[in-house]
Design a protein around this ligand. Structure first.
Ligand code: ASP
Ligand code: MG
Length: 425
């Protein structure tokens, strides 16, 4: 049994969906749980719908309709003769999203976000499931909301592992009696009150890891539009190289610091059960890709570069010039935790504490406001955070040449720099 995950780029149009069918055909005799995310840039587009809804711009229905049209277009290419059952199902998902837009957003941004943005995965998986059937690849569609149970932290649902474990085992076993392939959504889950939650952007990798963990699958395959895990983003580093193997430790570090190739929460469930992860190219499915696993030593051992754009550096000091010590720090961390703001890098001196964070317009203003009530707060934005894993001194010189470095930090294997951003994302 294997768990596969296909991301947005691998299903961005009809051609891409057809390619998935041909990949799955190679594994026809195996049991597969196939976790799929939203098509192409649908999640971004749906985020636009939510923003319009929350800001009451009057455009939300129009924007939702554009998302719908994009899917109908793909369906037309895949089913020139039409598919009534699929059209109804897709239509129903959009009607449900439309209903949310008709209500006042009384439960707040994060709640609305999850109810609307989850439409992307629900629709993509229906389309793929129906298309595979059409190609003779028997499969069953599983609603991940019926088995991935989370708390009600909307936009970053925390998995309730025990219930999830028993729901997944039970439901997948039942579907495997009927077909070898189970198609389900990445990124989404559900609370005990039946409200949809999401697991954080790019969370479909994590969903694949959850399924693999609960089902004791020996292998997870993440299918990407790159040959495997690269040591840098080729958009910014044209000489980027593929890593053949990565240790779990390096993988978790790279993902934690923001390497977009694997979602940070993915590795832990895999490591805990010794599940091997393959990152492979859906454009070249027979090529080896990258293996992340138990006995894997990172190979080649070269520096890996991670860039995080749109960073803000917040410097916090006590109003009365007192030291920033344990008592203040615990208050400061409490405020960050309350606003669910993750610190990408931090440093403290006698009288100030600095944190580099993502400039999230829905979280940062409220965080700063609360910090300002008890502390003196200064901030700089439009910054870029570089993280280099397995660095050489020369790599650092090369990266920081001619740039203003606001904060830097080095440990034995990892170096981080916050610089003013002169590059475009
Ligand atoms: N569709 C979601 C996103 O784009 C989840 C994922 O792709 O992993 O963030
Ligand atoms: Mg996606």
């Amino acid at each position: 049994m294997k768990v596969f995950k296909f991301g947005g780029a691998s299903i961005k149009d009809a051609e891409a969906v057809k390619n998935i069918a041909s990949i799955l055909r190679h594994y026809e005799n195996e049991k597969l749980v196939v976790v799929v995310s939203a098509m192409g840039k649908t999640t971004n587009a749906l985020e636009g719908v939510v923003a319009a809804y929350i800001n009451n711009t009057g455009e939300s229905s129009k924007l939702l309709n554009e998302v719908k049209k994009y899917h109908l277009h793909i369906m037309k290419d895949l089913f020139p003769e039409g598919n009534k059952e699929l059209s109804n199902a897709v239509n129903n998902f959009f009607v449900e999203a439309e209903w949310v837009l008709e209500e006042q957003p009384s439960k707040g941004y994060a709640f609305a976000y999850d109810q609307i943005v989850s439409t992307g995965e629900l629709v993509s998986t229906k389309i793929i499931s129906e298309y595979l059937k059409e190609c003779g690849l028997k499969n069953n569609w599983l609603d991940a909301r019926g088995c991935i149970r989370t708390d009600n932290s909307y936009r970053e649902g925390k998995i309730q592992w025990e219930v999830t474990q028993s729901l997944i085992t039970e439901q997948v076993a039942e579907l495997f009696n009927r077909s070898n392939i189970v198609i389900t959504q990445g990124f989404i889950g559900c609370t005990s009150e039946n409200y949809t939650t999401t697991l954080g952007r790019e969370g479909s990798d994590f969903s694949a890891a959850i399924f693999a963990f609960c089902l004791d699958a020996p292998e997870v395959y993440i299918w990407k539009d790159v040959p495997g895990v690269l040591n840098a983003d080729p958009k910014h580093f044209p000489e980027a190289q593929k890593l053949e193997m990565i240790s779990y430790l390096d993988a978790i570090e790279l993902a934690y610091y923001g390497a977009s190739v694997i979602h940070p929460k993915t590795i832990k469930p895999l490591e805990n059960k010794n599940i091997t992860l393959y990152v492979k190219s859906f454009l070249n499915p027979t090529a080896t890709g990258t293996l992340v696993g138990t006995n894997a030593q990172t190979k080649p051992l070269i520096p890996s570069f991670i860039m995080k754009f749109n960073q803000e550096l917040v410097s916090i000091s006590a109003i009365d010039f007192s030291f920033i010590a344990e008592d203040n720090l615990s208050v400061i961390f409490g405020i960050f935790a309350k606003h669910k703001v993750k610190i990408n890098m931090m440093q403290n001196s006698a009288i100030s504490f600095s944190a580099c964070i993502d400039n999230d317009p829905f979280k940062v203003p409220a965080l700063l406001e609360e910090l300002n009530r008890s502390f003196k707060v200064l901030y700089n934005d439009n910054l870029l955070l570089y993280t280099i894993r397995h660095y050489y001194p020369s790599t650092i010189e090369m990266l920081t040449a001619g740039k203003e470095v606001l904060v830097e930090q080095r440990s034995r294997h990892t170096a981080q720099f916050v610089v003013r951003n002169s590059e475009s994302q």
